[in-house]
Design a protein around this ligand. Sequence first.
Ligand SMILES: C[S@@+](CC[C@H](N)C(=O)[O-])C[C@H]1O[C@@H](n2cnc3c(N)ncnc32)[C@H](O)[C@@H]1O
Length: 232
Amino acid sequence: VPETRTDYDEIADRYTRELDAAVSFAGRDHEFFTRRKAGELLHVASRLLGDPKRLDALDVGCGVGLTDRFLAGSFASLTGTDVSPGSLERAARANPEVRYELSQGGRLPFEDASFDLTFTVCVVQVVPAPERPAFVAELTRVTRPGGLVVAFEHNPLNPLTRLVVARCEFGHDARMLGPAGVRRLFEDAGLVPAESGHVLLFPSSRRRLVALERRLRRLPVGAQYYVAAHRP
Ligand SMILES: C[S@@+](CC[C@H](N)C(=O)[O-])C[C@H]1O[C@@H](n2cnc3c(N)ncnc32)[C@H](O)[C@@H]1O
């Protein structure tokens, strides 16, 4: 199958509608999954870096700013960047307290070592494989020594996740990779993997189920997974 590239500018208007249509069979809307993922990111960051309120955070490939909505106010600062100006416009409208900057020419528009936490949600899979090392090198460059890079991606082993990606208009450009693939990319960029785990196993926010899900995070069953790595 040839690699295709979604024009995220063109679909910015209907991104959330498409997402909801694709995940509807799980009985939850995209907000549920996004809120849970934002919660997991904060949980991982607190454990590996300390109080999020002291961290400068960057969302790379922020799209229309869905994740940022659940993170605004949790960090010392939150910045988002994307290659799609149309998506950034929407993100800025939805999250006026977040700073948004356009990425161009394969370079993130920030100085070296600008952030404590650099995260990216469902982006590595849409970056064409030959461009992934350069993409991860940029994540690494803008992260402070001692800081953390975290990637959330779809779990290719989860059949429901595959169904969501197949149902989604913009799923066709995703070339899913597993956590071992992300860890390898991170290590090749000089990052030191600290932790990985699977998330979104139960479509519930009940505290006991969230706690159980965290205990089961090594099992490759959740809808998505994350890999967190330190910049030495
Ligand atoms: C599947 S969407 C995910 C958006 C958002 N993170 C979310 O979870 O809703 C992928 C996003 O990555 C962006 N993107 C693709 N390649 C990128 C790159 N090299 N640098 C920054 N953003 C990129 C696209 O424009 C798109 O907004």
